[in-house]
Design a protein around this ligand. Structure first.
Ligand code: NDP
Length: 298
C-alpha cells in the first residue's frame, strides 16, 4: 500500500527562520536598529503563557527585539487599548501582537481595531482582512500563511486544484480560503452546517482541516493522493501510564497515511510554521515602516 509523504513543517519552519534571521541582519546593517515585536499578554492562561514564551524566544533568536507586556486579568479594556496606542506610537515597535483569548469583559474586536494596521503582524485587523479579500498587499494571519507556504513547497502550482477548507474562523479558515482562491484553486469552505461533509472532502485535491475535533477526518473521506494540511491541535484524554493525553490533529493521521499523497503531522506540521510566519510578518512590517523593499524569499 502506498504511503503519504509526511510534510515536515518543523524543517521548513527552521529554513524560513534562517532566512528571516538573514533578513534581520541586513535590516540592522542598513537602519542601525533591530526590528521589534511587542507581545501583550493579559491574565495567566497557561496555554497563552507557553505561546508567548515560544514567540519571545524565537523573536530574540532571529535577532529582533521582543517587548513583552504582561497585564493582570483585571485590566480594563480602556487600559489595554491605551497600551496598544502607546505601542502604535513607539518607533522601536514594528509589530504588535495581542495574545488571544482575552478575558470575557474585554471586546477583542475593539482591541484589534485599535492596532495600527501597519503593525498588525497577526493580520487580524479588518483593514488587513479586507486587503487580503480584494487582493492587495496585506498582513496575512500566520497559521494560514504557513499552510500556504507548505502547500506551495509540496504541491508547486496550485492553479485549478479543488481545495476544501474545513472551518471558517477569521483566524484560520476564511483567510486560508482567500489565499487558496488567490492561487486559483476552486475553493469550498465547509463548516458545522455543511451537509455530507465526507462527500465534500472526497472531491478535494487539497484538504485543510481547521476544526478542533480530534481525528474527525478519517481516511475514507480522502481522495487517493490528496494533500492534507492538518491545523487542528487537540489533546486526547490520558491513557493508562500517561500523565498528559497525546496531541492529535483533526485528521486520523495513521490511517490517512495510506490514502493521502502528503500530510502534515501533529505536532511538527503547521504549528512550527505559525511562529516562523510571525517572525516573517514582523520583518516585513519593519521593512515597510522603514520604506525599504521587502527581501525576496521570505
Ligand atoms: P474555531 O473554533 O474558531 O473554528 C472552528 C471551525 O470548525 C468553525 O468554523 C466551525 O464551524 C467548524 N466546525 C466545528 N465543528 C465542525 C464539524 N463537526 N464539521 C465541520 N466543521 C466544524 O477554531 P480555529 O479556527 O481558531 O482553530 C481550529 C483548530 O486549529 C483548533 O484545533 C486550534 O487549536 C487549531 N489552531 C492551530 C494553530 C497552529 O498554529 N497549528 C493556530 C490556530 C488554530 P462553525 O463556523 O459553523 O461553527
Amino acid at each position: 500500500m502506498s504511503s503519504a509523504t509526511i510534510i515536515d513543517g518543523k524543517a521548513f519552519a527552521a529554513k524560513l527562520r534562517h532566512r528571516v534571521a538573514a533578513g534581520v541582519a541586513s535590516f540592522v546593517a542598513i537602519t542601525q536598529r533591530k526590528p521589534g515585536l511587542a507581545v501583550v499578554l493579559v491574565g495567566d492562561d497557561p496555554a497563552s503563557q507557553v505561546y508567548v514564551g515560544s514567540k519571545k524566544k524565537a523573536t530574540v533568536e532571529a535577532g529582533m527585539n521582543s517587548f513583552e507586556h504582561r497585564l493582570p486579568a483585571t485590566v480594563s479594556q480602556e487600559e489595554l487599548i491605551a497600551l496598544v496606542e502607546t505601542l502604535n506610537a513607539d518607533d522601536a515597535v514594528d509589530g504588535i501582537l495581542v495574545q488571544l483569548p482575552l478575558p470575557a469583559h474585554i471586546d477583542d474586536k475593539a482591541v484589534i481595531a485599535a492596532i495600527d494596521p501597519a503593525k498588525d503582524v497577526d493580520g487580524f485587523h479588518v483593514v488587513n482582512a479586507g486587503r487580503l479579500a480584494v487582493g492587495e498587499d496585506a498582513f496575512v494571519p500566520c497559521t494560514p500563511l504557513g499552510c500556504l507556504m507548505l502547500l506551495k513547497e509540496y504541491v508547486g502550482d496550485l492553479s485549478g486544484k479543488n481545495a476544501v477548507v474545513i472551518g471558517r474562523s477569521n483566524i484560520v479558515g476564511k483567510p486560508m480560503a482567500q489565499l487558496l482562491l488567490a492561487e486559483n484553486c476552486t475553493v469550498t469552505i465547509a463548516h458545522s452546517r455543511t451537509q455530507d461533509l465526507p462527500d465534500v472532502v472526497r472531491r478535494a485535491d487539497i484538504v485543510v482541516a481547521a476544526v478542533g475535533r480530534a481525528e474527525m477526518v478519517t481516511a475514507d473521506w480522502l481522495k487517493p493522493g490528496a494533500v492534507v494540511i492538518d491545523v487542528g491541535i487537540n489533546r486526547l484524554p490520558p491513557q493508562a501510564g500517561e500523565t498528559k493525553g497525546r496531541l492529535v490533529g483533526d485528521v486520523a493521521f495513521d490511517d490517512a497515511l495510506a490514502h493521502a499523497g502528503a500530510i502534515t503531522p501533529v505536532p511538527g506540521g503547521v504549528g512550527p510554521m505559525t511562529i516562523a510566519c510571525l517572525l516573517r510578518n514582523n520583518l516585513v512590517a519593519a521593512h515597510r515602516r522603514a520604506g525599504l523593499e521587502v527581501p525576496q524569499g521570505i
